[in-house]
Design a protein around this ligand. Structure first.
Ligand code: 9MG
Length: 280
């Protein structure tokens, strides 16, 4: 299966790795703008060399309890990085945003994919996404990042809730004129889900294949990995994260969002070698 990403194609017959590039101030050691850009480029280049097919650039933290920022701040952080990467690297650029203005500006600056954890629910985002021609990743979330981890509850089995919400998001997009072949779905591990919800969802991930859309997953270094391994520091969760990524692709995921590109690419190379020997 091929996903058209602007003027580029992404082959989803085999799993692809999306490297995470956070451009929030706390992700840089010094606050100067110029060096921020240099550091972002260095990190992007490193992930590209390690085999990332996509770099996902985010200027607003979506961690539980994270503060929202103004659109101007987000544009200021994200757009120069998109432009610089588009000029220098032959890699697909994804922009992690919920803001209509950022969606439009990112597409003009050279982005190939929009990754919205809020599934185009912010004001103007749906119309903005309809006005561009890029793929959009729609993610399941229960609540808002500020409060989503305060005792999350589900009335349905988790995979059914996720499937229902994603089905509704897809229908809403199609009604707004966003072609189905532009959509990617994501169950949103860690977004309004406790550890048990997350592992139930991982166990039943194949249920999402009924939507027949490309599936993206992001479990990299998340708390659910630490809860199984006992590793409290995020940087010590690499092996657990790669293991979870392998489970995801065996259950249908084709894009893996990760901090640890080298390790994840190697694991995906083993999965791809196995897939290549299967029946087409
Ligand atoms: C921005 N972001 C953080 N976690 C994510 C996840 O699991 N999926 C997607 N699509 N984006 C995420």
């Amino acid at each position: 299966m091929i996903l058209r990403c602007g003027n580029r194609n992404l082959n989803l017959k085999y799993p692809q790795v999306m490297g995470i590039l956070n451009v929030t101030p706390d992700s840089f050691s010094d606050g100067g703008r110029f060096s921020d850009l240099g550091q972002a480029l260095y990190h992007a280049e490193q992930m590209f060399t390690q085999g990332a097919a996509i770099i996902d650039i985010g200027g607003e933290s979506t961690r539980p309890g994270a503060k929202t920022i103004s659109v101007e701040q987000e544009l200021d952080r994200v757009i120069p990085v998109v432009e610089a990467i588009a000029r220098r690297l032959d890699v697909l650029i994804s922009v992690d945003t919920s803001s209509a203005q950022v969606i439009i500006s990112a597409s003009k600056a050279g982005a190939h994919i929009i990754n919205d954890v809020r599934s185009l629910t912010r004001e103007g985002a749906l119309a903005a996404a309809a006005s561009i021609e890029l793929p959009i990743c729609l993610m399941h979330m229960n609540g808002e990042p500020q409060s989503m981890q305060d005792n999350p509850q589900y009335l349905l089995p988790i995979e059914q809730d996720v499937l229902q919400q994603l089905t509704a998001s897809v229908a809403r997009c199609e009604q707004a004129g966003i072609e189905r072949q532009r959509l990617i779905i994501d169950p949103g591990f860690g977004f309004g889900k406790n550890d048990q919800h997350n592992y139930q969802l991982l166990n039943r991930l194949e249920a999402l294949q009924s939507l027949k859309l490309p599936l993206l997953t992001g479990l990299s270094r998340k708390r659910m990995i630490g809860s199984a391994t006992g590793q409290s520091g995020a940087a010590n969760r690499v092996i657990g994260s790669v293991s979870a990524a392998v489970i995801c692709v065996l259950k249908g995921a084709r894009i893996i969002r990760t901090h640890d590109v080298k390790e994840t690419v190697e694991a995906m190379q083993v999965v791809s070698a196995t897939f290549r020997e299967g029946n087409d």
